[in-house]
Structure formats: C-alpha cells, structure tokens
Unconditional design. Structure first.
Length: 205
C-alpha cells in the first residue's frame, strides 16, 4: 500500500474519490461509480449523506431508497452498494467518516444482514474499547460487535477491502489499484494490547 502522510483534508479526499472513479469504474463487479467535486460540498463541509440509521427493521426499505435516490458512492452489478459520509472541520481537516457496504437483499434474513460492513471514524463519541476512535461494525443490528481498527481508513482502502475480500476480485484492475493510507496512530495503549484490525502499511499492493 502507498503510504499517505496525513493528507486527511477535503481536497485530498476529493482527489482520492476521483482516482477511485478513474481506476475501477470498469471493474467487472461494478455498475456505476460516483464522485464529488468541491462545488458539491454541503454546508458544514460534508461529503455524502448520513445513512447510519439503517438497521434490521428498515434494511430492505433503506437499500431500495439508496439505490433509487442514487445516494451511493458505488453500486455493484448485484445492486449492493458502498456509501460514504465524511465530515470536515473549518480548516477542511477530516474529523469523522463512515464507509458502509450494504449488500442488496429483498428480505431481512440474518444471513443477508450479516454481510453488512461499516467502518467509522468518530472523534466526538470515542469510548475506549466499546466505541474506539476507528472501528468496524459487522451487521446493521443496534447492538452489533465493534472491532477497533488501528488507523483512519480511506475511501480507497474500503473499496479495496470489499472488492478483494467480498467479491474475491483478482482482476488486473484490482491488482493495479492504488490504495492510499493515512499514517496516524488512533488506538489507545490498552486497545493496542487487545484485539484490533490492522492493514499492512509497509508495502504497495
């Protein structure tokens, strides 16, 4: 992976979204990729839409709403989607992000819901272990497990994770896909002594 030196600002994220569009829009698993430009930024320096209220009770309704309203960042040929929501401060530095992979389903069966993945970065609501600064949700249920992550995940990292490990994509497009990283320690000393998710930050994929 290509190391990123704290370029967690608004322009850096927009450039990364454009690179994602340019590099993987022709991947066999992807139907469409959208990206934002600086003229599409909402008031308060946000990109995307907050869709965290998706749960086991409204899952089917929400996924269809996201597709119909085109509120996704990527949509796959099986109608599953990736959504992204990023918040920046007045200096245009990233302070919160939420990346979701929402598998398409016409039912709310547990085996379908268990494939849902979300990775959040949330400085405001940080609680050691129970709500780590960066954490992964597995499943959309209210009391689902949260696993700490050792750094702030970028849009390209999340897209790569889904294509590589969910769709098991081994195409040349994915092999050449440039994954950016933010090199910033986010775990507490106690969290680092326990279970957490880590990505290799020393090698280019």
């Amino acid at each position: 992976m290509k190391k990123k030196n704290n370029k967690n600002d608004l322009s850096g994220m927009i450039k990364e979204l454009i690179i994602i569009y340019q590099q993987i829009s022709k991947d066999k698993n992807i139907m469409n990729v959208q990206y934002y430009n600086e003229n599409e930024i909402a008031n308060g320096f946000t990109l995307g839409k907050n869709l965290n209220k998706i749960n086991e009770n409204n899952y089917c309704e929400k996924i269809n709403q996201i597709i119909n309203d085109e509120e996704y960042q990527l949509i796959f040929i099986d109608l599953s989607v990736i959504t992204m929501y990023l918040i920046f401060d007045n200096n245009k530095k990233l302070v919160s992000s939420s990346f979701s992979f929402i598998p398409y389903s016409e039912s709310s069966k547990i085996e379908e819901l268990s494939r849902y993945i979300r990775i959040d970065y949330d400085e405001k609501n940080k609680i050691e272990f129970t709500h780590s600064l960066v954490h992964t949700h597995i499943g959309p249920c209210k009391n689902n497990i949260r696993i700490p992550v050792d750094h702030i995940v970028t849009p390209s990292e999340f897209v790569y994770i889904i294509l590589k490990y969910y769709y098991q994509d081994d195409s040349d497009i994915i092999k050449k896909f440039k994954v950016e990283q933010i090199d910033k320690e986010v775990l507490t000393t106690s969290e680092r002594e326990k279970l957490f998710i880590s990505f290799n930050k020393k090698k280019q994929i």
